[in-house]
Design a protein around this ligand. Structure first.
Ligand SMILES: [Zn+2]
Length: 321
């Protein structure tokens, strides 16, 4: 009986989630959840996903689900112009970099701008004051804030905005045709082009491995969802980008090396497959049990994209002198 109840509840949750629609018609994603960003004051995680607006400003952005207007932000340094909607299922959706607000908010925005000018403005709305139906226009695409070209950035948060969730767990987005690639491998700070089956040397008590890896989609680079590191077929380190406490937004160096760059048109991020400071995205760390007498062993790295497609890469590690 209990089992059926759990399945039933799971179905309800699943149906609620899968009811979210994409914010733009016939679009595709151009950046993934928790990619590295070095724009703005401090390096941070990319808190949502970006949907293409075909490089155009003024494309209508739709509410992914019905709800009430919770907040607007004007002139935020990173997010630009923002609309946040509270949904009845307990989640909020946030739409950023908007060029314009919808007609029913624009007069409020005009009043605010005439009073406060170009300063950052944030206004919270009482529940049930302004509602949106699913698919209703919440704003128009733009490149306000840190955006360098027009697109829509969308985030899914819990109601009290302590957690960020991967929007692709809610919104059904077409899988991108691409290839999962490891371009470079870094061992103990030394960079090499990655070669399958190669033997690399390490020096420290345990190997410090970092990789420049991604889903290559034409010329675009998309971050990965999961990275698993195996020594002699045993899982030693596991990173997963499924959700993140908002208080960790500015701690990207828990999973990226500090020479990662992501600003403007450049995206070169190195995933850190060893512990320094452990963050929320590190789901497993078995390095404390690493056998420091191991001198030569096979290594596998399993990479999984946001559509759960998997690629496995193999090489060997040898202890140097
Ligand atoms: Zn974005």
């Amino acid at each position: 009986m209990k089992k059926f109840l759990i399945i039933f509840l799971f179905l309800i949750v699943f149906i609620a989630f899968s009811n979210f629609i994409p914010p733009v018609d016939d679009s595709y994603i151009t950046s993934s959840f928790l990619e590295f960003r070095s724009t703005g004051d401090t390096p941070h995680f990319h808190g949502g996903v970006d949907f293409s607006t075909f490089l155009k400003e003024g494309i209508p952005i739709k509410a992914v689900y019905e709800g009430n207007l919770s907040r607007i932000e004007i002139n935020d340094e990173i997010y630009g112009n923002v609309v946040v909607i509270q949904h009845p299922n307990g989640y909020k959706s946030l739409y950023a970099h908007l060029s314009m607000f919808p007609k029913k908010i624009q007069s409020i925005v005009d009043d605010l701008i005439s009073e406060f000018g170009n300063n950052k403005i944030e206004v919270n709305f009482p529940e049930n004051e302004i509602s949106f139906s699913q698919g209703e226009i919440v704003g128009y695409s733009g490149k306000t804030g840190e955006a360098i070209k027009p697109h829509i950035h969308i985030e899914i948060r819990n109601s009290n905005e302590t957690m960020l969730f991967d929007p692709l767990n809610f919104i059904n987005a077409e899988p991108l045709n691409g290839e999962i690639v490891i371009k470079e491998i870094v061992i103990d700070g030394k960079k090499f082009d990655f070669v399958e089956g190669q033997t690399y040397e390490f020096q420290n008590n345990f190997p410090h491995i970092a990789i420049n890896a991604f889903l290559q989609v034409n010329k675009n680079i998309i971050g990965l969802k999961e990275l698993k590191l195996y020594f002699s077929n045993k899982l030693v380190y596991h990173i997963m980008f499924d959700e993140l406490p908002i208080e960790e937004m500015n701690k990207p160096f828990t999973v990226y090396t500090d020479d990662s760059i992501a600003a403007g048109y450049i995206y070169k991020a190195y995933y850190k497959l060893y512990p320094e400071t452990i963050g929320y995205s590190v789901k497993q760390n078995n390095f404390p049990t690493f056998n420091q007498n191991l001198d030569f062993f096979p290594v596998s790295i399993e990479l999984i994209d946001f559509w759960n497609r998997k690629e496995i890469f193999n090489f060997n590690l040898k202890r140097g002198n």
